[in-house]
Structures are given as structure tokens and as C-alpha cells.
Design a protein around this ligand. Structure first.
Ligand code: BG6
Length: 258
């Protein structure tokens, strides 16, 4: 496509994709932090995108939790030609959060709305390595972990480090460390500073950022001007095939400050 054929939104999307060094950016009008309809638009974009990237056949989709994921889950719809078989699995444990925004609940919602299936993972994301070890060999846990590592699609959000640390009720010692190291973003249990350096990782269960390289489709959804820095920070280590669905408020803040 030549530049003259692009509308303003496409130009913005291309500028952002180049700046963030990722495959694609989709920007919806408005500010999702203040208007529910903007979050709805991001949900609709996710639904359209899944139709496009997963038109037919069996797919395993690993999803993260959070308020964004929980909101966009409501906008998935079944494919009309009935050619798709979607299985949603939680990308990580994450039992520490409010039930409605846990990855397990997001999986159930996405499966319900898209006429797919889901599996739950009953392992807390932040338990100690010693207490989790025996659980990992339980067939009900192991089979889901195997599915997570075979997933061909991942859908996740990006959080602000401080918000996530408080929401997860992390220890004051860890919060002090995050402050000292100037953590800005969090995704997949990994906290990063503005340059994309890893400053803290919640012990491993399920997917980590480093596992994303081999996954065909990686979709990140995050909007609102308040998340602009967090988006830029995480994108420093995001795999190149990432498709970001965001809103105008975040996109303007990113383009203004970078
Ligand atoms: C959490 C995920 O549940 O939600 C995080 O574990 C993510 O990885 C976060 O960053 C985003 O939350 P929200 O509520 O801002 O969409």
C-alpha cells in the first residue's frame, strides 16, 4: 500500500508499530480508562482479529487475567461457519486475584462467548517453588501445563507495576525493591523498568515472556493514557509478532512522549 492510500488511523498504527518494534498495532478511538464503549471496541477488535488469524481448525489459546481481559472476553462470538475449535487455557496460575479477573475465569468467559472449550489451572501464581513442586506432577495440573506450552496463540494485557504489586498484595519488601529499581510495567509475572530491563519475576508457573518467541500469534490488549509508559516498557522485550490492540488515549501519549 502506498502512503497516499492510508487514512490517519493507519498512519498512526504504522508509526506505533515501528516505534514499538512489533508486527501490528490496532488503535480504537477514545479512552478505555474512562469510557466502557472504548473497551467494547477493543473487545470487538479482538473478536475480528481472532476470526482473521484463526479462521478454522483446532487452536489452543493461552490467556492471562486482569480487568482488561475480563472485559474484552464478553465480545467474543462463535464463528458462523462453525469451522473453528477453540480451547482456552490460563497462561499462568494467578489464583491470587479477585475471582472474576483470574485467568481461569477469563478462559471460561471466552469459551462461553465463542462457543469454545476451556481448562482451568488450580495453582496459585505466587506460591513458593517448594510448595508448588509436588502439585506440578498431579495429572490434572500437568495436563493443563502441557496444553499451555503447546498453545499457538496467547492473549494478554499489560499492567502498571505499582498497580499490579498493590493488587496482588505483594510484600512491602518486594514493593520497595520494585520502587528502588523503578519498575514501570508488569506482564506474565515479570516486572520491567522503562528500558525493558527485568527487575523482578514472580516464580515460574505457566508461560513466561521468554516462551512467547515460539508462539505464532501473540495479542496484547492495553489502553488508557495511564498505561502508555507500561506499554512502552513491556514492548522493549515483547516478541516481534506481537499484535497490540490499544486506544487513542494510550497511542497519543506514546507518540507524544517517545
Ligand atoms: C493481571 C495479569 O491479571 O492483569 C497481568 O496477570 C496483567 O499480567 C494485568 O498485566 C493487567 O490488568 P488490568 O486490570 O490492568 O487489565
Amino acid at each position: 500500500m502506498i502512503m497516499g492510500e492510508l487514512n490517519d488511523n493507519s498512519v498512526t498504527e504504522q508509526r506505533l508499530a515501528t516505534l514499538l518494534n512489533i508486527q501490528t498495532v490496532i488503535v480504537v478511538p477514545g479512552d478505555s480508562a474512562h469510557y466502557q464503549r472504548v473497551m467494547d471496541s477493543m473487545g470487538n477488535q479482538l473478536n475480528r482479529l481472532l476470526d482473521k488469524i484463526l479462521p478454522a481448525g483446532f487452536s489452543t489459546i493461552a490467556v492471562m487475567g486482569g480487568t482488561t481481559m475480563s472485559a474484552v472476553a464478553q465480545y467474543l462470538t462463535p464463528d458462523l461457519s462453525n469451522q473453528r475449535n477453540l480451547l482456552f487455557v490460563p497462561a499462568r496460575g494467578g489464583l491470587g486475584e479477585t475471582v472474576s479477573i483470574q485467568a481461569n475465569s477469563v478462559c471460561a468467559e471466552m469459551a462461553h462467548h465463542s462457543d469454545g472449550h476451556y481448562r482451568a489451572l488450580y495453582v496459585p501464581e505466587d506460591a513458593s517453588a517448594e510448595s508448588i513442586q509436588p502439585l506440578l506432577h498431579e495429572p490434572v495440573v500437568k495436563s493443563v501445563l502441557d496444553l499451555i506450552h503447546k498453545s499457538n496463540t496467547v492473549i494478554h494485557s499489560i499492567g502498571r507495576a505499582k498497580t499490579m504489586a498493590n493488587r496482588r498484595e505483594m510484600s512491602s519488601k518486594t514493593i520497595a525493591l520494585l520502587e528502588e529499581k523503578k519498575a514501570v510495567s508488569e506482564a506474565f509475572g515479570t516486572f520491567l523498568d522503562q528500558q525493558g530491563n527485568i527487575v523482578y519475576k514472580i516464580p515460574k508457573i505457566g508461560l513466561q515472556v521468554s516462551d512467547l518467541t515460539n508462539i505464532s500469534h501473540v495479542v496484547a490488549i492495553a489502553g488508557g493514557a495511564g498505561k502508555a509508559d507500561a506499554i512502552c516498557s513491556y514492548m522493549k522485550i515483547a516478541p516481534h509478532q506481537t499484535i497490540l490492540i490499544t486506544d487513542e488515549a494510550a497511542s497519543e501519549a506514546i507518540l507524544r512522549d517517545n
